[in-house]
Design a protein around this ligand. Structure first.
Ligand code: SAM
Length: 321
């Protein structure tokens, strides 16, 4: 079992398989073109998997593949199949912007993927364009339909932004609800890579928008999920991910691995250790030692709730959010 320096059980590994993305979401990435990590610096699926196997054998039972945009990594289903082959009952999920999903959902499902989260910040083509800085909505919605058709469980992620998509909070919920999908609203997490001046809605403000349509009841946090859940009067469960709240980190059960091999204990902080040399050398014992050291040093709390904190320098497109 993996226990961190604050006594929390860590059983959840998020793997960013590429930092590259085909969107330029304002809240995540710099607007101007910038240089990507050269492809040769990325760990291969075999190298990533050699670490994943260690993590699973030591107690990880939940894995999420993310990015950048993970579907930009060719033959992602091969990586999914490796993980599934090692532990078929693992909770294996993917977070994607959905743009390439229509062509990949079937293969991913066959390879052993169980669940996906799709980011849908707007149902208006021009607003989706404004956020992602590309004409994306049609392909994303097509991807969602395909994923549902092949039997993947789908959740929707939305980041509500003031003056941009905050009038669509209930509309996106209705879209998700009509298809049997859960929606989770994510509070915008300030970071230095996002567009200047961007303002997110707080969990309270998001809730007020939902309350204008529904009577709601608190359900609370369930297990180690970062989401605080609510139930509408017609029985629909939705969640708010509120990293600015003081109790958010208490049940944190996750660590993150980047495509270059950085093992990251907290989404807020810059700290990381590299497993790159260890996996390249096939030194599994060393990789396991590094995993334990990262856990020992996992911070107790992020600093999004701290008014005097500096903006996080961590890039969500590197860590996978
Ligand atoms: N490209 C994929 C996608 O769009 O879902 C996966 C990577 S993305 C970094 C993962 C999640 O992080 C998305 O749901 C996205 O909305 C969220 N995210 C990115 N930057 C964020 C920020 N500054 N605040 C809150 N959520 C953010």
């Amino acid at each position: 079992m993996l226990i961190d320096g604050h006594g929390r059980r860590v059983n959840y590994l998020r793997i960013s398989v590429t930092e590259r993305c085909n969107f330029r979401c304002q809240y995540c990435m710099p607007e101007k073109p910038f240089s990507w990590v050269p492809r040769e610096n990325l760990l291969s699926f075999e190298e990533l998997f050699s670490f994943v196997r260690v993590a699973i054998d030591e107690g990880v039972d939940k894995i999420r593949i993310t990015g950048g945009e993970p579907l930009l990594r060719e033959d992602l289903d091969r990586f999914v199949a490796m993980i599934h082959g090692h532990k078929p009952d693992i909770d294996l999920a993917l977070t994607t912007n959905g743009y390439l999903l229509a062509d990949t959902a079937e293969r991913l499902k066959e390879a052993g993927l169980k669940r996906i989260n799709v980011s849908i910040d707007s149902l208006k083509p021009h607003v989706a364009y404004r956020i992602a800085q590309k004409d994306v909505l049609g392909k994303v919605l097509e991807g969602v339909e395909k994923a549902l058709e092949v039997g993947l469980k789908v959740k929707v992620n939305m980041v509500p932004l003031k003056g941009i998509n905050d009038d669509e909070i209930v509309d996106v919920m209705e879209y998700a609800k009509a298809r049997g999908m859960t929606i989770r609203y994510i509070e915008y997490m300030e970071n230095v890579h996002a567009k200047e001046g961007l303002k997110g809605l707080t969990g309270r403000e998001i809730l007020d928008k939902v309350k204008a349509r529904y009577t709601i009841k608190k359900v609370g946090r369930e297990g180690s999920s970062p989401s605080f859940n609510y139930l509408t009067d017609d029985g629909y469960k939705f969640g708010i991910i509120d990293p600015h709240k003081h109790d958010f980190c208490e049940s944190c059960n996750r660590i993150r691995l980047t495509a270059e091999g950085h093992l990251i204990p907290c989404l807020y902080f810059d700290e990381a250790m590299s497993i790159r040399d260890a996996v390249k050398a096939g030194d599994i014992e060393k990789a396991s030692e590094i995993l334990r050291e990262v856990l020992r040093n996992k911070p107790e709390k992020n600093r999004w709730s701290d008014e005097n904190a500096e903006e996080s320098a961590r890039a969500f497109y590197e860590t996978g959010g």
